[in-house]
Design a protein around this ligand. Structure first.
Ligand SMILES: Nc1ncnc2c1ncn2[C@@H]1O[C@H](COP(=O)(O)OP(=O)(O)OP(=O)(O)O)[C@@H](O)[C@H]1O
Ligand SMILES: [Mg+2]
Length: 486
């Protein structure tokens, strides 16, 4: 207990010289460890000193009955308001035969660490049994250190959550986005299972992050699981874990991600990709808050908030029996729909500016200017890849390395993005535009242009491209011209 670094610094509030002397005398053998830095005779003076000399004192020893009116619980509360980790020891006049427990317990409730009654006045040497008094001071000091440590780490956690939220800020002021942000705030205030829906690249993962880090669970784990990227045979052991020896190769116990996420949030991205058996187990977690671990008969209770996401038509998956209907209803309690970028054109200039600022800083480049034709092109472009595509195109624009970005530059960046997309994505075309079905002739032309560009980008020469397309060179050139490609 004497293993204390530095000195414990005390403010003594005591208005009787006699008692000040008794206190000092009681702690004298520990002078090198405990120091009375200051003595004041009333509560007001004490608060002033604690306010003006913050961090200088560890403990307050206060007489209960002091002059000046400000005393007792009221004073304790005010001291704690200045620094809640300051520890307070109250000493009161000895009143033999008094058993007023409420009196003492109210002082502790107000925030005092300890309470003791002074020795009778005829004991000149000590204020209280010296060992007990000193030990209480040391213990109070330990509590002070612990509380300071925990408030410091709490502060650090808060700062790191603030940073995460800053990095994952949701950009957008359009009406649909304001609504979305409102929903995020509302949904972060409860623990209900949430299903985030929307096309690829609209920001579903971003929404999930924001719900978690704005919720009361923000200091706990946020676990992201891409259900489509775990091999089917591993899904259950990844999610729910297994016990040692439950199958050959299980040489130690493995906690599942649901256990890791306990008290926090789990984000099940691409939830429709979950195999059927895992869907059953997931349903049970949602219904009973229990997980079934492989090789274990008793279930384990977990408290996990579930956010799921999909860019699929999940109702269709249910109809085709790829996804359990009961699970669908359990997940879809609070649906959030993230709109496509073309439904929030108002936000496009905001996005362009945001990503230009962010990416140019990251690439160590000056932020270029976008001229109005270029911006207008960006606003009217269809954005099949949504915000993700916009971010990529901004990166490409930065690679172009011009101070002023024109429509031609933007078109170049867009076509670069478009062509390789043909092989990567099944959804090259939006079949409708703002709800309007695109006429066959138009979509045919769009397809030809895209396919043409794709083949050309993947050929060494025009002759090679023409050959790949099965066209005689003159026809190839004529077609390119018709499509506005040359
Ligand atoms: N409103 C927004 N504000 C800022 N950045 C955004 C916004 N929406 C999306 N982004 C950014 O766009 C990219 C794609 O977003 P995200 O990964 O959340 O999309 P997603 O809907 O999960 O896509 P997918 O269905 O393909 O998984 C990310 O880099 C994300 O930070
Ligand atoms: Mg995603």
């Amino acid at each position: 207990m004497l293993n204390i670094d530095g000195q414990i610094k005390i403010l003594l509030i005591e208005d009787e010289e006699y008692d000040v002397r008794r206190v000092k005398n009681t702690i004298r053998p520990f002078e090198d460890k405990i120091k009375i830095n200051e003595v004041v005779s009333n509560g007001k003076a004490a608060l002033e000193i604690l306010n003006n000399r913050r961090g200088e004192f560890d403990l307050v020893i206060m007489d209960f009955q002091i002059a000046g009116g400000l005393m007792g619980e009221e004073l304790i509360v005010k001291i704690k308001e200045i620094d809640s980790s300051l520890q307070i020891i109250v000493i009161t006049k000895m009143t033999i035969n008094l058993s007023d427990y409420d009196f003492a317990s109210n002082l502790l409730k107000a925030g005092a660490y300890w309470y003791c009654t002074k020795y009778p006045g005829d004991i000149e040497e000590f204020i209280y049994q010296p060992t007990d008094f000193v030990i209480s001071i040391f213990n109070a000091y330990q509590k002070r250190l612990l509380e300071r440590e925990s408030s410091k780490s709490h502060h650090k956690l808060r700062i790191s959550v603030e940073n995460i939220l800053k990095q994952r800020e949701i950009i957008g002021e359009s009406p649909v986005m304001l609504k979305l942000k409102e929903a995020i705030l509302k949904y972060s205030q409860n623990n209900v299972t949430t299903l985030v829906r929307g096309a690829s690249g609209t920001g579903k993962e971003l929404v999930a992050y924001n719900i978690h880090y704005k919720s009361e669970r923000k200091f706990e784990n946020f676990i992201v699981i891409n259900c489509g990227s775990i091999p089917n045979e591993l899904v259950e052991s990844e999610l729910f874990g297994y016990e040692k020896g439950s199958f050959t190769g299980a040489d130690k116990r493995k906690p599942g991600l649901f256990e890791v996420a306990n008290k926090g949030t789990i984000f099940l991205d691409e939830v429709t990709e979950l195999p059927f058996s895992a869907q059953v187990k997931l349903l049970r977690v949602i219904q009973d808050g229990e997980i079934e671990k492989i090789g274990r008969t008793e279930k384990i209770r977990v408290d996990v908030r579930i956010i799921a996401a999909t860019n699929r038509n999940i109702e269709e998956e249910v109809r085709h029996k790829n996804f359990r209907e009961d699970l669908y209803y359990r997940l879809n309690v609070l649906p959030i729909f993230v709109p496509e970028l073309k439904q929030r054109k108002l936000d496009i200039p905001l996005f362009v500016d945001y990503f230009l600022t962010q990416e140019s800083r990251e690439m160590g480049k000056d932020k270029p200017l976008i001229n109005s034709e270029a911006m207008s092109f960006l606003i009217h472009y269809g954005w099949p890849g949504n915000v993700r595509e916009l971010k990529n195109i901004v990166q490409r624009i930065l690679f172009i390395d011009e101070e002023i970005i024109t429509e031609a530059h933007v078109k170049m960046a867009v076509s670069l993005f478009d062509s390789p997309l043909i092989i990567e994505s099944k959804e090259v075309f939006s079949l409708q535009n703002d709800g309007r079905i695109i006429p066959l002739r138009e979509i045919e032309k769009e397809f030809r242009a895209k396919y043409f560009t794709f083949v050309r980008n993947n050929s060494e020469s025009d002759t090679e491209a023409a050959k790949k397309l099965g066209l005689a060179p003159p026809n190839y050139y004529r077609m390119a011209k018709e499509l506005g490609l040359k």
